[in-house]
Design a binder for this molecule. Structure first.
Ligand code: SAH
Length: 357
């Protein structure tokens, strides 16, 4: 697609055109992944954060944010609960919390890996050095989510304090890929100061990076943040970005995000119908969930893990798709024809690394 075509889809409000876009994205998704929707169990293990992103509810300067940390034992308990429910991917997400040193993180990863040798371990803990990423990889982590947030320099500046750099975030993403992580980038839709051209840049950046995963969700204002009074991103624009991403990166793993479900009751179902093929229900202990408040009114904060799984499965089936509890590795990484078995777990980590490049 040319820049002009992409910008046209980003800006059009023509119903027939947007429906066509969603239908094409759905077709490509079915060609690549069939009707399966992969589950990831999200464990939000710390709400402490050293960063001060203007949009985020757990930013350092938000004195109103409730803070908690999960111990290694609590994290392992979440994994056990998830495993018993059938989850084969654990996503450890948190603020940038110095309490979890590289040693501590590597210990947690090793403990999960020892107990769940065949499960995928995904990290989402922000910008680190190459050495730190390598340690996490060696300890047994397979995947890493690090949204670039926006690929436009001026827009990045307008959303982050001066000490944060878009160039570093991008470097981190390339480093993660090089090390051998299945890597996820992504961005928010409808953040303050975002233009259609910014969104085009986001798509072009994704095409250049070729990530295995892409997280795309609407911006939703969070209380006590510099962007508290700003309007939320639009549902339709978010869906269009999901669809365009599917068309430009046919094999990418694309979540129907919780933020989209928060913005609109059927938002996640609509994302599935626009090319998304992953959901990430919450495995965090219900007692702390409301404190991981990236934005206001986040859904699913009161439910037990089992209830989240049941609810998501019903929604997926009702939308015409098939809930799948396999690891759901990226097809970019593991073309089934090359690695029959699919998961690649049998490969040594060294071979893993080679196979992924
Ligand atoms: N500290 C980690 C995890 C961040 S939280 C990191 O830096 O990668 C995960 C994602 O939540 C962020 O990447 C961001 O895109 C999203 N997020 C944060 N605040 C948000 C808001 N107000 N509305 C919607 N999404 C938000």
């Amino acid at each position: 697609m040319t820049d002009a075509e992409i910008l046209h889809y980003i800006t059009t409000s023509d119903k027939a055109e947007t429906e066509y876009l969603y239908a094409r994205a759905r077709e490509v998704r079915e060609r690549e992944y069939g009707l399966d929707v992969y589950f990831r169990g999200l464990i939000e293990f710390t709400s402490y954060c050293n960063n001060n992103c203007f949009y985020c509810g757990i930013r350092r300067d938000n004195a109103g944010a409730r803070r908690y940390r999960l111990s290694e034992a609590q994290i392992l308990d979440c994994c056990r609960t998830g495993d018993a429910l059938g989850f084969r991917t654990f996503v450890l997400q948190g603020g940038e919390d110095p309490y979890y040193t590289d040693d501590t993180m590597a210990g947690i990863i090793r403990a999960i890996r020892a107990e769940f040798p065949g499960h995928a371990i995904t990290l989402s803990i922000g910008e680190k050095s190459r050495e730190s990423y390598e340690r996490f990889y060696e300890a047994g982590a397979d995947r890493y989510l690090l949204r670039h947030e926006t690929a436009n320099e001026a827009h990045y500046r307008a959303m982050h304090p001066a000490e944060m750099r878009l160039s570093n975030r991008k470097t981190c993403l390339y480093t993660l890929k090089e090390i051998g992580f299945q890597t996820g980038a992504g961005f928010m839709v409808g953040t303050p100061f975002q233009t259609p051209e910014c969104l085009l840049e986001d798509l072009r950046f994704l095409q250049a990076l070729e990530p295995h995963m892409a997280g795309i969700g609407p911006f939703i204002p969070a209380s006590n943040t510099p962007f508290a009074g700003r309007p939320a991103g639009g549902e339709e624009l978010t869906l269009k970005m999901v669809a365009l991403t599917r068309l430009l990166l046919p094999r990418v793993l694309l979540p129907a995000t919780t933020a989209l479900g928060t913005l609109s009751p059927a938002g996640r179902e609509k994302a599935l119908l626009a090319g998304a093929n992953v959901v990430m229900p919450n495995l965090s202990p219900p007692g702390v969930r409301t404190f991981y408040s990236l934005y206001d009114n986040k859904i699913c904060t009161g439910d037990e893990a089992a209830e989240c799984l049941r609810c998501m499965s019903l929604r997926i089936k009702a939308t015409g798709f098939r809930p799948s509890m396999v690891r759901g590795d990226s097809r970019i990484t593991f073309p089934p024809q090359t690695y029959p078995g699919g998961s690649g777990i049998a490969l040594s980590r060294k071979l893993h690394k080679k196979a992924w490049q």
